[in-house]
Design a protein around this ligand. Structure first.
Ligand SMILES: NC(=O)c1ccc[n+]([C@@H]2O[C@H](COP(=O)([O-])OP(=O)(O)OC[C@H]3O[C@@H](n4cnc5c(N)ncnc54)[C@H](O)[C@@H]3O)[C@@H](O)[C@H]2O)c1
Length: 311
């Protein structure tokens, strides 16, 4: 099988996870890693001794026969690097958020169409077994209609180039888009700089969807404990989805009609494979078929529009 050559730009915290997932795939060959930090390049060389390393992505993209460029640099650099790569007619995977500007997202989408190459964004939860399980519960109404969603996403590195909404709420919005398949009908947002930093580090958000689904989101970088919990309130059960749990990520609390303080707990079996490895498989299939089903339906544009309103 002919492997697809990958160049990774940005070997920081998240870039190293992407590198591992592409290297572990039979479909891809991580041939080059680019970073402007000498320290991170040295680490890349230690971790991937067969990959070429360098600090100038333009130089590498020009010379190597690359079919996929993975961009895991800070958000403010995404547009420039993504545009350059799409202009060279190379498929790209960009880290979330794609850009903080609706105009820039449109430019990139149009460029990918014009040059007939694919544009992917890393929204990892679209590929998580637990979110896929919840999607089935919503669609088959096993526990009746969905009434309310509450999401708590706490603790992450403080960023300087975007606020917590662009950094963490992007995950909730990508999940909501996938699960509900529609835009919210109303938005409320309160943001705080609790540490007096340049960007808002904490946000309390409220979205409403038609059919009376209310969504509450709390996102903060500042927390001693990592929390990634979403509660789905259905008519006949409340379902917890905890991405921090290693195995029992989904817990179904079935209501007791006679006593609202008494629930029966059920723990279903779900697909526990790493979402990034599923994303890597999806990218391979999409490149083979020259089709990008998940991202075709204005996904990036809709997510950016919602985040622009909230931020
Ligand atoms: N999908 C997720 O769940 C997830 C999780 C964490 C971070 N991220 C995203 O990944 C991106 C990177 O975040 P991070 O936490 O890894 O940051 P980081 O600071 O740890 O890493 C960024 C790396 O990019 C390098 N870099 C900066 N400009 C460059 C350039 N012009 N050319 C080459 N290299 C350059 C830096 O030297 C650094 O090594 C961000 O967009 C972030 O939002 C996504």
């Amino acid at each position: 099988m002919k492997q697809i050559k990958v160049c990774l730009i940005g070997y920081g915290y998240w870039g190293s996870k992407l590198a591992r997932n592409f290297q572990n795939s039979n479909f891809f060959n991580l041939t080059s890693i680019i970073d402007i930090s000498k320290k991170n390049l040295e680490k890349a060389k230690r971790d991937f001794p067969l990959a070429k390393i360098g600090n100038d992505y333009k130089e590498f993209i020009k010379k190597q026969n690359i079919s996929l460029v993975v961009i895991s640099t800070p958000t403010k650099t995404h547009f420039q690097i993504a545009k350059y790569t799409l202009e060279k007619k190379i498929n790209i995977l960009v880290e979330k958020p794609l850009s903080l500007s609706i105009r820039e997202v449109k430019v990139l989408e149009n460029l990918s169409k014009k040059n007939k190459v694919l544009l992917f964004v890393d929204y990892p939860f679209l590929f998580s077994g637990s979110i896929k399980y919840i999607k089935k519960l919503i669609d088959n109404k096993k526990f009746g209609n969905l009434i309310e969603i509450e999401s708590f996403r706490e603790q992450a590195p403080v960023r300087k180039d975007c606020n917590v909404v662009w950094d963490l709420t992007v995950h909730d919005i990508s999940i909501l888009n996938f699960l509900l398949n529609k835009m919210p009908s109303s938005y409320e947002s309160r943001k705080f700089k609790t540490l007096g930093s340049s960007q808002a580090d904490t946000a309390y958000l409220n979205l409403s969807y038609k059919k009376k689904i209310n969504v509450f989101l709390k996102n903060t970088w500042i927390s001693p404990k990592k929390v990634r919990l979403i509660k789905f309130k259905f008519k006949n059960a409340i379902v917890y989805c905890d991405e921090n749990e290693p195995i029992y990520k989904i817990k179904i609390f079935k209501g007791n009609k006679k006593n609202n303080l008494n629930y029966n707990l059920e723990i279903p079996e779900i697909d526990l494979s790493e979402p990034l490895s599923q994303l890597v498989n999806y990218i391979y299939k999409s490149i083979q078929l020259k089709k990008n089903i998940i991202f075709d339906k204005k996904l990036n544009l809709n997510i950016t529009k919602i985040l622009s309103k909230l931020s």
